[in-house]
Design a binder for this molecule. Structure first.
Ligand code: PXP
Length: 237
């Protein structure tokens, strides 16, 4: 199972002083050297962490794959078509939220989504849609032209009781099988950490996990290579 590391919060820390460090690109290169199979960044409308210049530098310098998380807006489509990340992950975005709060409302936006995905796929940019692990959303993602789905694991990561956790995990397992059978690559992310990632090792239809906050906050205490290694030790098959 691959690990993609989201470096948004390196930029959050940098922006606290705006003096250039820590540099998210330097962190991305370090993450790659220590086992990250991809680098993820979310260019938000308000540019609260990653900025346009970070994105351009990431595109230039990283050698694994660049996953640009973004909202379905004309501005972001223009940027994606010009920067050409390896893939984009479409997420819902609200100005007032602290982090992405739920999956993409795919049924509501289906027509626009289909039009939005087309030029990206024509430029050979992968398109992933961040959805709840539900069959209907998966089918619609495939129909809209996405080649990847990322399951929102927020509900799973917030569950505390063993039974509730097992229930959520089963939902993710079944949905991952369904998505794979529909020809999609399956990724999972949001709220994953050393405390809850271990069962994902057994979910063989999931190819990759995408982790940001837990790795970056742990890196402050033990260093980025060690924080990545802790996760890799739990997910390597
Ligand atoms: N995947 C997606 C689509 C996200 O929006 C986020 C949060 O930016 C993550 C993964 C990573 O979540 P976390 O920071 O909780 O690991």
């Amino acid at each position: 199972m691959r690990l993609a590391v989201n470096i948004d919060h390196i930029a959050t820390l940098r922006n606290a002083r705006n003096e250039g460090h820590p540099d998210p690109v330097e962190a991305a290169l370090l993450a790659e050297r220590h086992g990250a199979a991809g680098i993820v960044c979310h260019l938000r409308e308000d540019r609260r962490h990653i900025k346009d210049d970070d994105l351009a530098r990431l595109r230039e310098e990283i050698t694994t794959k660049l996953d640009l998380e973004m909202a379905m807006t004309d501005e972001m489509q223009r940027i994606a078509l010009s920067v050409k990340p390896d893939l984009v992950t479409l997420v819902p975005e609200k100005r007032e939220e602290l982090t992405t709060e739920g999956g993409f409302a795919i049924e509501k936006h289906f027509t626009r989504l289909t039009e939005f995905v087309k030029p990206l796929r024509e430029k050979e940019i992968g398109v992933s849609i961040f959805i709840e692990p539900e069959e209907e959303a998966i089918s619609l993602a495939a129909e809209a032209g996405a080649n990847i789905v990322e399951f929102h694991t927020g509900t799973y990561s917030l569950r505390t009781g063993d039974e509730e956790k097992a229930f959520e995990l089963e939902r993710i397992r079944n949905s991952a099988r369904f998505a794979r059978e529909a020809g999609l690559t399956v990724v999972a992310g949001h709220g994953l950490s050393v405390l809850n990632i271990a069962p994902f090792k057994e979910l063989h239809d999931i190819e990759e996990v995408s982790i940001g906050h837990a790795i970056i906050s742990r890196a402050v205490l033990i260093g980025l290579p060690a924080a990545i290694q802790e996760i890799l030790d739990l997910i390597s098959r």
